[in-house]
Design a protein around this ligand. Structure first.
Ligand code: GAL
Length: 662
């Protein structure tokens, strides 16, 4: 793990280039007061560091690094390659990205990058090399922070350079035009290609563009950005041996599907993530827990770091409420409970100008008299006290499969229902498990065959539209050895090219589930359907129904009670070996979904902790002992029962960490 021997990270993005030098000394003094141990420096500072082509000004960075180091504060030094300077674009306007509609975006914001542009690539490598040469062995530099949130705000560029690069990428992937035509199903709508140069990027088309082409273009765009990351990382590995290199992910916003983070996670030395609360009426702590669990899973269970969150309000939503007193600490410590090696913020000092001046910071416009500052100082002390848990890891209870590639495919146009939303199903199943106080480890579909049922008695597959044909056999291995599998509708339908698997649906799952789906029958908006169990329970479902035909050994647990699918199975269970495979053929939400999850949990032998809703109980364990985090989001005091039988109180809004030495 990086920065071994260091305390937990606490700090934020530090942008001293926005402030006169007199302020820097005060910054560092206040950082010490707040217990800051790490800052991300220089994320947007290319123009300051290289004001004219090839002319560098490192003096200011030398001084800032010196000040920070003198105060014992570590630095995650950024390569500023998310914002090339104005002079760069003047010389290379073709490095500005082009939208699907053919609009070339302008300079004057950030992230205006065509990842295929050779001038951009060369310039990014050059500034990275200069920084690596100068600071690669600087004692303050404990982490390299490459770029910023690749893909935000632009991942795919539709320019001529990208078109040529896309063709090369396709040649590597398919070898022959015949293979490409086959994979893309170009026989449909007469799209056959007879020459590589006929192939374009999926720019704006009169109606739906070839789905396989669109999917490959997403893969290509993601791979181009990753190649850019790798190039910078390799320069830093050479010039700064032993210092880990990362780039900050955005693993969990509900609408943000930019990158395939399973692929990115393999490239970084340490996984880092940014997380902001989205105020869309849902409980923000659930998305936070999901983000943290997913990030830990990207790290393969190893420690990771929350590189950005907010002390209070963000400023990029239509309405941006402040965090309530205590909420910042609750958020930070939930991330730590779920494996983060600290809690970092955007940003240290709230800006006076620019697009983010109303975004909260550690040191707000109100200065050290403000509530946020007082809470920051308290949190710094609290995180300082938790230094010993650096050798511990979070223990998960159950597992889920998640795939960004499948989500990309599911989001393409012209599905049986426009209301299908794999991410909504992920959130819904996660929430049901969260409400049972369970911690989730996520896996890509390729890992399904290796899952150990003893470690993960329950595996949930929320909506895995695209999956390889081999998935069924992999899951049969998991189930027959004692695992309980719970699969939700519209899973296992297509392959990696968005082509339907041969035979009845769901081709990649029908064997393990022991059923076939004859026909989809989605519901209209507002239409609802009743599902009943033999024991007389009834649930209201919406969005989806289908004609399930159970095979031998597949038992019907609940049926559709009315409508076009009346009498057909809505919930099935197939016993297989020592385990069971469940299938839910409709959309249940809230308590109804929780009831189905409870059936699967009982089948799996998982007994959730007896605690009120909105209390998190998360365990980190390791050499230094076991740390039990109890996070109380409720409006009253709650009691948690510790392993020795003791009852411990957790005040409203508080986080208690109960430590048991080894
Ligand atoms: C992040 C970004 C930061 C800042 C922050 C505001 O996505 O990396 O630079 O813009 O959002 O919430």
């Amino acid at each position: 793990m990086p920065y071994d021997g260091q305390p937990l990270a606490f700090g934020g993005d530090y942008n001293p280039e926005q402030w006169p030098e007199e302020v820097w000394e005060e910054d560092v003094r206040l950082m010490r007061e707040a217990g800051v141990t790490l800052v991300s420096l220089g994320v947007f500072a290319w123009a300051r560091t290289e004001p004219r082509p090839g002319e560098y000004d490192f003096g200011w960075l030398d001084r800032v690094l010196g000040l920070l180091h003198g105060a014992g504060i570590g630095v995650a030094l950024a390569t500023p390659t998310v914002v090339p300077p104005a002079w760069f674009y003047r010389a290379h306007p073709e490095a500005l990205p082009v939208t699907r509609e053919g609009v070339r975006l302008a300079f004057g914001s950030r992230g205006a990058i065509c990842h295929s542009d050779p001038h951009y690539r060369a310039a990014a490598q050059a500034i990275t090399a200069r920084l690596g040469e100068r600071y690669g062995r600087h004692p303050a530099v404990v982490l390299w922070h490459v770029h910023n949130e690749y893909g935000a705000p632009v991942m795919s560029c539709y320019c001529a350079t990208c078109e040529r690069a896309f063709r090369n990428w396709l040649m590597d992937r398919y070898g022959t035009l015949g293979a490409l035509n086959h994979a893309w199903g170009t026989a449909f709508w007469g799209q056959q290609y007879g020459d590589w140069d006929e192939i374009g990027v999926p720019a704006a088309t009169p109606t739906v563009a070839n789905p396989a082409q669109q999917l490959d273009f997403r893969r290509f765009a993601d791979a181009q950005a990753r190649a850019g990351f790798r190039a910078e990382r390799d320069v830093l590995h050479r010039l700064s041996p032993g210092v880990p290199v990362t780039t900050n992910f955005m693993a969990a916003p509900s609408q943000c599907d930019t990158a395939d983070y399973w692929a990115w996670a393999k490239e970084v030395d340490v996984v880092t993530n940014d997380h902001y609360l989205i105020t869309d009426g849902r409980r923000t702590q659930v998305n936070l827990a999901l983000a943290a669990d997913l990030t830990r899973s990207l790290a393969g269970g190893a420690p990771w770091l929350l590189l950005e969150h907010s002390t209070s309000a963000v400023n990029w939503q239509p309405h941006n409420p402040a965090k309530e007193p205590g909420q910042m600490a609750r958020n930070s410590l939930s991330h730590v409970a779920r494996g983060s090696e600290g809690a970092m913020f955007f940003q240290w000092r709230q800006s006076r100008f620019g697009a983010e001046k109303f975004h909260s910071a550690m040191l707000p416009h109100g200065g050290t008299g403000a509530r946020v500052w007082r809470e920051v100082v308290e949190l710094g002390a609290r995180i300082g006290e938790l230094a010993d848990l650096r050798d511990t890891r979070t223990r998960a209870d159950v597992a889920m499969l998640w795939s960004w590639e499948s989500w990309w495919a599911q989001r393409l146009e012209w599905k049986p229902s426009a209301a299908l939303d794999a991410r909504e199903r992920l959130d819904a199943f996660y929430e049901a498990l969260y409400d049972r106080h369970l911690t989730v480890d996520f896996f890509p579909p390729s890992a399904a065959g290796d899952l150990d049922p003893a470690r993960y008695p329950l595996l949930v597959v929320p909506q895995l539209y695209a999956a390889p044909a081999s998935l069924s056999a992999a899951l049969e291995r998991y189930v027959s050895r004692g695992g309980t599998l719970l699969v939700s509708f519209f899973s296992g339908i297509v392959d990696e090219h968005d082509a339907v698997h041969p035979g009845p649906h769901p081709g990649a799952l029908r064997d393990v589930l022991g059923l076939t789906v004859e026909e989809f029958d989605p519901l209209l908006p507002g239409e609802r359907i009743t599902v009943t169990t033999p024991r007389g329970e009834t649930y209201e479902a919406d969005l989806w129904s289908e004609h399930v035909v159970p095979g031998d050994g597949c038992e019907t647990v609940a049926v559709f009670a009315g409508g076009r699918t009346a009498g057909r199975p809505a919930l099935t269970r197939r016993a297989l070996g020592e385990g069971a495979a469940w299938y839910l053929a409709t959309r249940l939400t809230g308590d109804a979904l929780a009831a189905v999850v409870d059936l699967a949990l009982a089948d799996a032998g998982v007994t959730p902790a007896d605690l009120p809703r909105d209390v998190e109980l998360v365990v980190r364990e390791g050499e230094s002992g076991t740390y039990r985090f109890a996070v109380n989001h409720t409006g009253g005091e709650v009691k948690v029962t510790l392993p020795d039988g003791r009852q411990a109180a957790v005040a409203t809004g508080a986080v208690e960490v109960f430590r048991e030495p080894r």
